[in-house]
Design a protein around this ligand. Structure first.
Ligand SMILES: Nc1nc2c(ncn2[C@@H]2O[C@H](COP(=O)(O)OP(=O)(O)O)[C@@H](O)[C@H]2O)c(=O)[nH]1
Ligand SMILES: [Mg+2]
Length: 352
């Protein structure tokens, strides 16, 4: 069994050494533990620091694509490098690397396909009261949409087994954390959560420079994901909200009409009609959204099968560079093709 710990990085030369120092080299249940850094177009010495810290694999994106894209590139590479389980942790040493055995526990025991580390947000001192409230509200919405019980939905400390990782297809540009939970809830992926420890804050969040940006970006992301996965609920609710005042206005007009004053209250009739048309448009959007969601499910299933074929063929990971540990830790793909000698050029893997 092979575990790969992946760390998405963007200009992390300062924090990465401390993060790597706490990562385990042995984890119960696994005979190989490797580390992979996803460098998302860093302009500092992240790559050199990663190599010096003994990272086994590097996925080096040419320019900055954002965390969601980096996460997805990392998952893809880990699968192609033969990982049975993939752990994601942040480069700023936010999560305590010593909790990785605990995090993978439910997967090793065969009780879960995906495990989310729970920071027990209410106990974190450097989170402001507003951030705690928003975090809880956001997590509640994600639990509703995903029908899972994950308490800390924005946690980046996660473990995925091979099956869960193969099924994940993130389309959000900004965050992968919420969407992967919603996908897990809708796919054949069993989720679990375990409490984990966090370290003192080492620096301000790069993803959210201010509280306002935290609210705006997470709010928009939540709405978009919810509307993508539950279009009927979102648009039918909006349609109802427009139809109710339309009905009230028409009743008002009708009462006046019965009293012989209909002509003087035609505004209610017109406004009611405008709201009614808006309501119909919203309802139609819900139906179209529902049809698109069905298409999306089919596209996702196709993607999953393409991935399985790629893995079977031994297709190489994109943007891959071997890391610092050349002997004895050569990357091995999960395919039967006898691929992987450690040097990318010597592999017999298929290039598509
Ligand atoms: N791939 C990628 N990773 C990023 C980017 N920005 C931040 N990260 C990584 O995402 C993780 C979380 O970032 P951080 O600034 O700590 O945000 P926080 O989750 O709000 O604390 C860290 O490992 C960062 O290196 C980016 O643009 N691309
Ligand atoms: Mg952080």
């Amino acid at each position: 069994m092979k575990l790969i710990i992946q760390i998405p990085c963007f200009n992390e030369e300062a924090q990465l050494p401390a993060t790597l120092a706490d990562l385990p080299r042995t984890v119960p249940g696994f005979d190989q533990v490797e580390w992979l850094v996803v460098d998302d177009g860093s302009t500092d010495r992240t790559i050199e620091v990663a190599r010096a810290g003994g990272v086994d694999h590097i996925v080096r994106l040419t320019n900055n694509k954002g965390l969601a894209a980096g996460f997805q590139a990392g998952l893809d590479a880990c699968l192609k490098l033969g990982a049975d389980v993939i752990v994601n942790t942040d480069a700023d040493n936010q999560y305590d690397g010593r909790d990785i055995p605990k995090l993978v526990g439910p997967i090793v025991d065969g009780r879960a396909d995906m495990v989310v580390g729970d920071r027990e947000v209410m106990t974190i001192e450097h989170f402001s009261p507003l951030k705690k409230i928003l975090q809880r509200l956001g997590s509640w919405v994600v639990r509703q949409a995903s029908q899972t019980s994950v308490p800390d939905t924005t946690s980046g400390f996660r473990a995925y087994n091979r099956e869960a990782a193969i099924q994940m297809a993130v389309v959000s540009k900004f965050t992968y954390t919420l969407e992967t939970i919603i996908q897990a809830g809708k796919l054949l992926v069993a989720t679990a959560h375990v409490p984990i420890r966090t370290n003192e804050q080492t620096r301000e969040s790069r993803l959210f420079p201010s509280m306002w940006s935290y609210v705006r970006r997470n709010g928009v992301a939540l709405f978009r994901i919810y509307a993508q996965y539950e279009p009927l609920k979102v648009f039918m609710t909006a349609a109802l909200l427009a139809a109710l005042p339309a009905t009230a206005l028409w009743i008002r007009w009708f009462v006046f009409y019965l009293e012989g004053e209909g002509a003087g209250n035609v505004q209610s009739l017109i406004l009611g009609a405008v709201l009614f048309v808006a309501s119909m448009v919203l309802a139609a959007l819900g139906v179209i959204g529902d049809l698109l969601a069905a298409q999306r499910t089919m596209a996702q299933r196709t993607f999953e099968r393409v991935r399985r074929i790629e893995l079977q063929l031994g297709v190489e990971p994109s943007h891959y560079e071997p890391g610092a540990r050349p002997t004895g830790h050569a990357p091995t793909t999960g395919a039967d093709s006898g691929a992987a000698t450690g040097k990318t050029g010597e592999r017999e893997a298929v290039r598509l």
